[in-house]
Design a protein around this ligand. Sequence first.
Ligand SMILES: [Ca+2]
Ligand SMILES: [Ca+2]
Ligand SMILES: [Ca+2]
Length: 475
Amino acid sequence: MPTSPRRTVKALVLAAAVVLAACAPAGAVTGHGLTGYVTDADTGLRLAGASVTWNGTTVPAPQASTDAGGRYLFTGLDPSTSGSLAVVGPAGWDRQSVDAIALPAAELGNQNVALHRDWAATAGGATATANDDTVAGCTSAAALDNDRGTGWSASATHPADDPPALTIALPQAIEVRQLVLDPTSACGHDPGAALGRYRVQTSSDGTTWATALEGTLGADARGVASTLAPAAAATGVRYVRLQLLSAQDPAATTIDVRELQVFGVAPNVAPVGTLAAEAPRNYIKGIVRLRAAFTDGDSTILRYLWDFDGDGRYDQATVGPGVAHVWAGAGTYHVTVGVRDFRGGLGTAAIDLRIIDPAAVVETVPQRKPLITFDPPIGIDLATRIACASKCTFTAKMVLTARTAKRIHAKRRAVLAMTRKTEGPGLGSWTLTLPNATVKLLRKAKLKSVTVRLTASAVDQQKRRTTVHRWVRFR
Ligand SMILES: [Ca+2]
Ligand SMILES: [Ca+2]
Ligand SMILES: [Ca+2]
């Protein structure tokens, strides 16, 4: 859909306003402070509703939330001091702290934070069931609440073939890249109740399971969020199951775990869109502006790559969807834009762009030869039409067969010859009629039908000629 110039101007003004806000100088916002964006580390998309706390010299610690564009802003902080930023993602995202951020003396500091989605978080849409939820206040939900202060405590007396198990249905199928386990004992239990031997299984359908990871955590893992990579069965994962095989202390009566997190990525969809030149006509040695209009439903778009000469190699990269280019020679160029998203996916669109040399002689528009058509004959009439690109001369000739001519005693085999001209380019239509004299001879010979050889021809001013021969049967 073409954008009206007015809308484009409005959009540009809006874009300019956003840019100004993003890199607002100190004078634009009262006081000193800190700003930045909170984004998804895997998709680049900005996260609204993240909770951000500045732990610096100001007491109590100021808090902010990211806006719809993922931006947070603290003003009135003490310049030239330092502190740390604690970011808690919106429901389903992890949390992260950034330490030792120095605030500048005379302007807004800038700190962006990227958070991973924890696909196992129940707050983010995962659902979970466990076969051991007997310890009040320490049920399995506490292992999926993204809070390492709470934990799940299961009985250590399960039979070996039916260990305590927590089964999580993820909100969608993902490729698992990392598991995080905090095995620390919970619910006031001795430290030895911390999870020791564990197994993680994955499944695409909740029925067929495969072991993704097995291992043993020791005393050094207590109080630590251990990052573990799946050894197998990491793709197309919709279900994750954690089995608690033993506590670190064999004498412990419970097996505890503070937190299980599942990190990974959903399948990536490449950007989709179109490419267009801004002007309807484009000339050599002039600036030609091209614009791509792409969308990506599941990640941000990082850059636009341009192939101006159709050789399959990109000649330029831009951050925005527009580019300007100058062609030296006239011709039609196959121009491609490749749009790279945050995840590395590439979507493309191409146009065949005509570049005109305004000094070149106007080329003649190729035109077709005359066209001749006929309707089926009705009685002794045959309707004919022609279409010509310029003034056209039409000729038609009807000839009896030698046999028929002899049978009806016709003096000549040629029964009709006509020539017509059109006024100019366009259509001409005439009716070819079997002459009365011929009809009389046919009646006399008691013939009810006759087949004649028709030759019709049309020639236009450019001497383009179309000739049609056919047998026509009149009744
Ligand atoms: Ca927890
Ligand atoms: Ca994408
Ligand atoms: Ca190229």
